[in-house]
Design a protein around this ligand. Sequence first.
Ligand SMILES: [Mn+2]
Length: 325
Amino acid sequence: MQGDAFEAAVKAVEEGFVVCLSSHVNPDGDGIGSLLGLTLILRALGKEVHSALPQPEKFPPQYLFLPGRDCLFHPEELPDKADLFVALDCSNPDRLDGLWSRAEGADVLLNVDHHEDNSLFGDVNLVDPGASSTSELVYRLSRKGNWDLTPEAATCLYTGLVTDTGRFQHRNTGPGALAVASELAAAGADLAAISREVYESQSLSYTRLMGRALERAEVLPDLGLVYSYVTQRDLRETGASLPETEDLIDHLRTVRGTKVAALFKELEDGRIRVSLRSRDGAEVGPVARALGGGGHAGAAGYTSDLDLEGSLARLVEALREAGHG
Ligand SMILES: [Mn+2]
């Protein structure tokens, strides 16, 4: 990342008045946390802020407690023409889905992200694959701009940081992430509420769904692969919803000897969403990209048109091609 990327991003924000913000499809803790955190920061700066997610209906319930959610608009309500559009946690334009035309139509497009495969689609690109999370980058940007950070904004950014680092356990956790966590705590982030709401508020339905998925876990020892699956029937019978299942794969990943964890989730249209996690130095980003998806070394995913069995066979093949096992 160029040293002056932060300065260029501060300038872009300070020069814009009508600002639109968005994050990616299938929203996660970092996408939502960085979006709401920056929304609150820019509101406090007196900007006219319009924020939206491309798929508001997929908002995971564990993030409903976050402050600033009342600032979110429906994607159709965003102005066609903004001084500035900020894309958060999006590695490429597809991640903005229907909001891309508005991003493109803004006077300035600012791209804030930490994915290593970011296509640098902005007029200004604040992209640092060395950052733990986009929320960390938003925090650093706010310090660079000397902008006020309320406890509410700190709560949003800390949520992005704690979820993208897997509670400070994934390999993207280092001195930088821990220092930012400490500063967000000092700024008043509500750590107790974040732990309770994000990790200790799951529904009984999801608890039962998790039981099913864990019961079915299988291991392919030669690949160091542990995998399981969730079907639409499981969702119907337990009453759980797919957005609730974001951290299910982290439970699979804890099996001893695992290098790669895979969770196959059947979507409503019959396709399979495949989530991948790695550990002990393995990388899943290249495999996900080879199968039409994307992500990081430690966490990635893609969508498969094959059935469950076919999707597993294709993944095993791709892992072998990528040198696993
Ligand atoms: Mn992220």
